[in-house]
Unconditional design. Sequence first.
Length: 548
Amino acid sequence: MNKRQILILVLAAGIGLAGGFALRSRRALSLKSNAPVASAQQNRGTPAKHHSTPPDDSPLATKLQHDLATATGVTRWLLWLDALEKATPADFPRLARLAHDRPAELRFVAARWAELAPRHFFDTLVAAHRSTGGSLAVRDLGYLLLRPWAAKDPEAAIAALNEAKDVSQSYGWRHEVVNGVLGTDVERGLRLMAEWHIENYGPSMSAIAKWAAADPQHAAEFTLGNAVGYAAQLTMQTIGKEWAKTAPADALTFAAARSSQLSLELGSSALKQWASKNLDAPADWLATTDSRTRTRLSPAFVETWAKQDAAGALAWCQENLTGSSLAQSVAGVLKGAADKNASAAAALVAGMDPSPARSAAAAVVADKLFPDLGGLDPIKPETVAWVAGLDDDARRRVLDKVTWEWASSDPFSMAKFMATLTPDQVPPWTDSILARQMAHKAPSQAIAWAANLPGERGVDAGAEAFAEWRNSQPDAAMKWFDDLPSTDPRREPFFRQVIQTLAFHPQAAEQLGALNPSERATARDVLKTMPYLPEDRRASLLQVLAER
């Protein structure tokens, strides 16, 4: 990088600084140096007293620090420009420390360091991590280094990360290298993800799309033999989409000849792309293919069809498919319909006869009708009425799908609805999840709601609500509990549920130790029979409760 190029970058950074780059942390980069920065007094020639001054490990950084103390505006950038042009690798740790609380300046230090001596840069970060236990500055400087380094010299970057596995895995730096390599060599990048067993990460598909468009059959064959995990799924979907733009029938023939999940991803993606432009041609292709291929690919086709004509797609499924393929395809129809109009899709489900296909479709539509987890909007009355009108199997599938979302966003409407169901109509854990979520907002209401449920269902839900209440408001919960009559049948199950919840609490030992003798005996009995409590945890808590 010459002086003119750096100056252009510097001026651009100065103009856009207010809205530009910001590191996730402004903590100092803790890099060991051989000596502290010389004081201003020492720079003026005043001899140090009582000790000798160690040699300056970077006179360039020392001079820059002195000059920056009185500089402002563009002058600061020119000083940095001059220093970065003259810097050697040994100067950069001190320069990074000098820029640590000024993100734009630190970015330029990192860019120049990465250009001049990337391996020295990497080794310095690794040493800093190991000597200080890590810092956010080390992590973010690694991000600045690794992607451009991997794009320029992939094997050097890969070798560096392989030699420092502990540090690279701590910061997720492998993803940066993968993205850098993929930008210039897709096949090396995909092989690298397989070598590093990166299975739950989806990289950018921009370079992969260009690679796939150039020779989609080669791209598909390579991916089948070399890619793994989520990236392989995304890659095959991208290949299918690109292939369908030029030769959709060839893409589907390729997918139909193979039975793997990845080939299904390719075929489904190609079919969706083709059907989005022309329904007749892919419909004709499906009609002439074998029944196995038609079964595998129909869900993708009807999902796209349903965005244009949901009723027609549903009728086609019911006339041409049976069994599990019918259920999967109907779910695909309703997904496509719900993406366009969730209320209209719900009406289609309401008009279907009870069947596995209807149950699968209802779960898909419910995913659109209910808010995402963490949403706070109340559930619409018409949505509750739709769930109530479903047959038992479809309703259970819906509750399995949306219990967490409904209970966290609007537990009171859910509680009112759940009170209308019989025990055999309620999926496992639904009452438990609702009771705990309601106890977060209104514990006394949660207890009262559970008390009105029939039999053991009410006791179990009440115990869950009480345990959650005691966990968040122990004094209020225990006052309520202590006021219960000694003959109240809820006392023992509620207390046992408290112990089960308390077993995983950070302060469990302290709270268990404060129990009276009869409570301690019950707690021991509960802990001994808890199925999911780690044995070392069980032993330590039982020791606290040991008879004295």
